[in-house]
Design a protein around this ligand. Structure first.
Ligand code: ADP
Length: 188
C-alpha cells in the first residue's frame, strides 16, 4: 500500500496517518518529523530550521534525499504512508518517477478537508501542547498560504490520475479514521 495524505496544517494528517500505519502494518513517513529530527545545531539542521521556523517549505535538494534514503530501508519495500509529502507538484512528479522505476505507484491519496477557522484553533492549541516553534499565529498563516499556493495543486495532479479520496476532517478523530477505512475499502 502506497498512500499519500494531503491536507492543510492542522488537518490531522499525523494522527490519522499513525493510526492507519498501525492498522495496515506499514511505516508512517512524516517529512516534517524527519526534517525536525535533523540536529538543530548542525549545519544541515540550521538550514532546515531557517525554513521550518518561518513556515516556508524546505527545498527539494534537502527533502528528496531524506525521503529516498528512508524508502530504501527494508521496512518500506511493501509500501508506506506519506504524511506531509509530496507538498509540491515537483515533489509529486519526483515521487512518481521514483516509484515507477520500481514498478510501483501511489494507490490512494487521502485529502483531509477542514475549515480554515477550525485549523487555526487547532494549531494554536497544539502550540501550547507540543511547543512547536512554527505554531505561532504569524507562521501558521504563512503555512496556510504555502498550502494554498504550493500544496493544493498537488491534489489536482493526483485528481488527474483518479486516485483522490475526499475525507471530511472536521469530525472526531474516530469518525475520520472510520471514513478513511471505508474509503480505502471501497477502492479495493
Ligand atoms: P504541518 O502539516 O502542520 O505544517 P509538518 O510537520 O508536516 O506540519 O511540516 C512542518 C514544516 O516542515 C513545514 O512547514 C515545512 O517547513 C517542512 N516540511 C515538511 N514536509 C515538507 C516537504 N515535503 N517539503 C518541504 N518542506 C517540508
Amino acid at each position: 500500500m502506497w498512500i499519500v495524505f494531503i491536507g492543510p496544517p492542522g488537518a490531522g494528517k499525523g494522527t490519522q496517518c499513525s493510526r492507519l500505519a498501525d492498522s495496515l502494518g506499514v511505516p508512517h513517513l512524516s517529512t516534517g518529523d524527519m526534517l525536525r529530527d535533523t540536529e538543530r545545531d548542525s549545519p544541515l539542521g540550521k538550514v532546515v530550521a531557517s525554513y521550518i521556523d518561518v513556515g516556508r517549505l524546505a527545498p527539494d535538494y534537502l527533502v528528496m534525499p531524506i525521503v529516498t534514503n528512508r524508502l530504501a530501508e527494508s521496512d518500506c519495500q511493501a509500501g508506506c504512508l506519506f504524511d506531509g509529502f509530496p507538498r509540491t507538484v515537483h515533489q509529486a512528479e519526483l515521487l512518481s518517477e521514483f516509484l515507477m522505476q520500481r514498478q510501483r505507484r501511489i494507490d490512494a491519496v487521502l485529502h483531509l478537508q477542514v475549515d480554515p477557522e477550525v485549523l487555526l484553533g487547532r494549531l494554536l492549541k497544539r502550540a501550547v501542547l507540543q511547543n512547536r516553534k512554527d505554531d505561532n499565529e504569524e507562521t501558521i498563516s504563512a503555512r496556510l498560504e504555502v498550502y494554498r499556493t504550493q500544496t493544493a495543486p498537488v491534489l489536482q495532479y493526483y485528481r488527474g490520475q483518479g486516485n483522490v479520496l475526499e475525507i471530511d476532517g472536521d469530525q472526531s478523530a474516530d469518525l475520520v479514521f472510520h471514513d478513511i477505512l471505508t474509503g480505502l475499502e471501497s477502492r479495493k
